[in-house]
Design a protein around this ligand. Structure first.
Ligand SMILES: NC(=O)c1ccc[n+]([C@@H]2O[C@H](COP(=O)([O-])OP(=O)(O)OC[C@H]3O[C@@H](n4cnc5c(N)ncnc54)[C@H](O)[C@@H]3O)[C@@H](O)[C@H]2O)c1
Length: 298
């Protein structure tokens, strides 16, 4: 099956990135803002980021123009009616995602593939609420979607082999490097990365080192491009907390329970880079540990 048009549900960090990836590969794409409000800011934000890429000679002006030309932003869910593939990328909440999949089944054609970009929710649990379960799969992009090569293609319990091979071809067509994964909470990357970030927070709480020390150690000693706190802030602390809760729900082991500090930061709205403050305070340069934390933070 050929994917001729893509629908992306949600215009957050991931939704816009995924929509850009598809349009940049020459596929007409409609991105649906899932919460009320104008889409003008979203388009102008993307225009600005593509203009910077052209300026830095990382993208040609022709590719920028064709990408923007193939992208439609809307708040109307029914605009995805003629899409062959819908990639849902809204808030990490199983009930909200399930309700969206149910609505989508009433909008799209029976041949359309419904994919979720969930980080840790079960694709099988999502497919359970659908009529055409064989058409449901996971398509887990990484942040930032236009840069990161990996896409985990998630094979839910009843996903058809034809859907998996269509998604495999699609990922390669849009320049990605897919890996097929059987549905397991956290799939491969987040199943390994989440306990790692949580362990770093436990070390901080134990006073083992400061945020900067722990990040420094992992960059310098393990050759990681970002330390665990930089990574958590980059992903978004609400997303990290949701990943922890979902993996905990599955395995019930204390090392994946959300640590106190993470819960409190999320409660305070300190969600990382996207809000300007998380483990680090990005309002100062260079960023320092968030002063709201009572632990050694510098
Ligand atoms: N941030 C990451 O590193 C990352 C990476 C891969 C996948 N994901 C997954 O992608 C999805 C989106 O994450 P994000 O990082 O773009 O988050 P985000 O906070 O940037 O965007 C969330 C989106 O959900 C929408 N939304 C909020 N409340 C809603 C509601 N009640 N009903 C419907 N839509 C609602 C928002 O309008 C927004 O478009 C999540 O499932 C997340 O787990 C995130």
């Amino acid at each position: 099956m050929e994917i001729r048009k893509v629908g992306v549900m949600g215009c957050g960090a991931m939704g816009v990135g995924v929509a850009q990836v598809c349009a940049q590969a020459g596929i007409p794409t409609v991105a649906v803002k899932a919460t009320p409000g104008s889409t003008d800011k979203i388009r102008s934000g993307l225009e600005k980021s593509l203009a910077k890429m052209v300026e830095r000679q990382k993208m040609s002006a022709e590719l920028r123009d064709s990408t923007l030309g193939l992208l439609q932003f809307t708040t109307d869910e029914s605009a995805v009616a003629d899409c062959d593939l819908i990639i849902e990328s809204i808030i990490e909440d199983i009930d909200i995602k399930k309700a969206m999949f149910k609505r989508l089944e009433g909008i799209v054609t029976p041949q359309a593939i419904l994919a979720t970009n969930t980080s840790t929710l079960s694709v099988t649990a999502l497919m359970a609420g659908c009529k055409q379960r064989d058409r449901v799969a996971g398509l887990h992009f990484f942040n930032p979607a236009p840069v990161m090569k990996l896409v985990e293609i998630i094979h839910g319990f009843e996903t058809s082999d034809e859907v998996i091979s269509t998604l495999d071809e699609f990922c390669k067509k849009v320049g990605k490097d897919p890996v097929i994964v059987q549905d397991t909470t956290g799939f491969i990357v987040n199943r390994l990365l989440t306990p790692y970030m949580l362990s770093a927070i436990h070390l901080l709480e134990m006073g083992t080192g400061t945020i900067a020390d722990i990040d420094h150690a992992m960059k310098s000693g393990a050759a990681h491009p970002m330390g665990p706190f930089e990574l958590a802030d980059y992903i978004g602390l609400d997303v990290v907390e949701a990943m922890a809760l979902n993996i905990y729900e599955d395995v019930r082991q204390p090392h994946v329970a959300s640590p106190h500090t993470l819960t409190r930061l999320v409660q305070l709205g300190y969600l990382g880079r996207k809000t300007g403050k998380g483990f680090y305070d990005y309002s100062v340069k260079p960023p320092i540990g968030n002063p709201a934390l009572r632990h050694p933070v510098a």
